[in-house]
Design a protein around this ligand. Sequence first.
Ligand code: AMP
Length: 279
Amino acid sequence: MKIVNTINEVREQVRAWRREGLSVGLVPTMGYLHEGHKSLIDRSVSENDRTVVSVFVNPMQFGPGEDLETYPRDMERDAALCEEAGASLIFHPEPSEMYEKDFSSYVDMETLTGGLCGKTRPIHFRGVCTVVSKLFHIVTPDRAYFGQKDAQQLAVIRHMVNDLNFGIQIVGCPIVREEDGLAKSSRNTYLSPEERKAALILSQSLKEGRRLFDEGERDAKKLQSAITEKIQSEPLAKIDYVEVVDWNTLEPVEKIEGETLIAIAVYIGKTRLIDNVLV
Ligand code: AMP
């Protein structure tokens, strides 16, 4: 496995693979890799001849006051995880490699990005769409792998690839959880032991929502209230949003009929965590 820092090195490597007729999968990440990321890499390795993992904490998708500076980083450990999972190349650029001084072109989506995480993070998806477009142009993969954990991001990327004819297959992968149910996240490292326990309220409240749905509840407001009440029972939790939305449009629904996303964002202390379930 190679680790490279420049766009030219990635291009050269991918060109060499293409000359051999090999297929290429891409797993975009911000690093500090865990089992969730590994599940994406495993899937890519099983479906492509070569897998590229990008490790880049993208400044453009962080708003003022967010955790860009403190976001956890550990390249040595990330490299070991990628190597063990069978990745062929890590692309680990500096921000200056991705964004030259006069950078001024963006990918901005008018639908899907205004609600859910887009409300508290208004510039987030512009940063995500722009960096993922750049990675797609640099790596030119056959397939790219994204986690259902960031459900809105997955929906946005699928829509962007369709709108802009990238010709890349987007593969969504299930949420990987800790044994007690907490969705794995690089940001879980911010939690104190007490907050780590409190964070269980995310998966538990969604489980409660799922249970009500399985028992036949289809009224979105009722599910929303039940989940909200459950989260409010945890003193360390502060709700950002609890939403029941159509999985295709991400617009709120009143009655659950088609594929529906129940998505939540909750602050545990200062740490903002997200989780969701598809019903
Ligand atoms: P990040 O490094 O947080 O930007 O995540 C990189 C990719 O890994 C995204 O597509 C995430 O959705 C995915 N991912 C992160 N955590 C998980 C998880 N617990 N289960 C599945 N995929 C995940």
